[in-house]
Design a binder for this molecule. Structure first.
Ligand SMILES: [Fe+2]
Length: 288
């Protein structure tokens, strides 16, 4: 059993009035994710929402978001993205603390290390920033202990080859890295959102990951120009993270998947090939 288990949900883009966004209900998606988390991962230590909690930052949308997350059986960590307004968020959800300079950032000590939830929002922009005041905060946090560190932020600090999204990445990449670099050996992983699709890799020595957005996704189109962000409706997913002081495991869970489950050790039929053929043809009822 891991020292720490948590869930990453990103880019809910909730809107008020039960309306749909690009033909999909973000509110229904959020409730479906919460149902899944409560049923399948009630032992998680927390759920982190890595920004873009709402699509338009009005009090009604945040109120609906606040009501929905009350259903979660575990603590919740909220972060802001480019679609969020920290002050309206804080007015709607009492647990959210906005610092005097307007940032929503905090640290959380766990048995697997320190989780640092960064604020990369740049007011009035889809791109992110990491200014000197936030760098000072991060520097202080990194100096505070010698524990392993997991970083959480909305914007990716690197270009991913998705040209339209790369235009809206974090702007102050070198400045962010400069404060991390002296601590690089114990900065275990970087979790981000914003990109609305699964991306995994390594940035300047740190592994990173991103989960699909909850409502809509960004399509994998590496040829689209920077003036465009091709979108898609791939299955929504959240991350299930198992962390210890020496390792981190991230499972991407497509929680709306209803394909049949079967046991590879004890197949349902005598002929495993026949079983898989039936599955491909969609004759799943017969197998139940
Ligand atoms: Fe988003």
């Amino acid at each position: 059993m891991a020292a720490l288990k948590f869930i990453q949900v990103t880019d809910v883009h909730l809107i008020s009035g039960g309306r749909r966004l690009y033909g999909v209900s973000p509110e229904r998606r959020l409730h479906a994710a919460i149902d899944s988390i409560n049923q399948e991962h009630s032992d998680a230590d927390f759920v982190v929402f890595t920004g873009d909690l709402v699509h338009w930052p009005d009090a009604e949308s945040y109120a609906i978001f606040a009501e929905a997350i009350k259903r979660l059986a575990m603590p919740v960590k909220l972060m802001v993205g480019n679609h969020d307004d920290p002050h309206i968020l804080a007015q709607s959800i009492a647990d959210v603390q906005v610092e005097p300079d307007g940032f929503v950032q905090h640290a959380h000590q766990t048995p697997a290390g320190r989780c640092l939830f960064l604020d990369t929002r740049k007011a009035g922009s889809d791109a992110g920033e990491y200014c000197s005041r936030r760098i000072a905060w991060l520097n202080q946090q990194l100096d505070a202990s010698d524990d392993p560190v997991m970083l959480f932020m909305h914007h990716p600090p690197l270009k991913l080859g998705l040209k339209g999204m790369d235009e809206a990445a974090l702007l102050d990449q070198d400045a962010l890295f400069a404060v991390i670099e002296p601590h690089l050996a114990r900065v275990r992983h970087l979790f981000f959102g914003h990109v609305h699709r699964p991306v995994f890799g390594n940035w300047r020595g740190m592994s990173y990951s991103c989960m699909r957005g909850l409502n809509h996704q960004v399509a994998l189109d590496l040829d689209a120009p920077e003036t465009s962000v091709p979108a898609s409706f791939e299955p929504p997913a959240y991350g299930v993270v198992l962390a210890d002081r020496d390792q981190i495991v991230i499972h991407m869970h497509e929680f709306l998947d209803r394909s049949p489950r079967f046991d590879l050790v004890t197949p349902a039929g005598d002929d495993p090939n026949e079983y898989s053929l039936n599955m491909r043809h969609g004759d799943w009822d017969r197998m139940n």
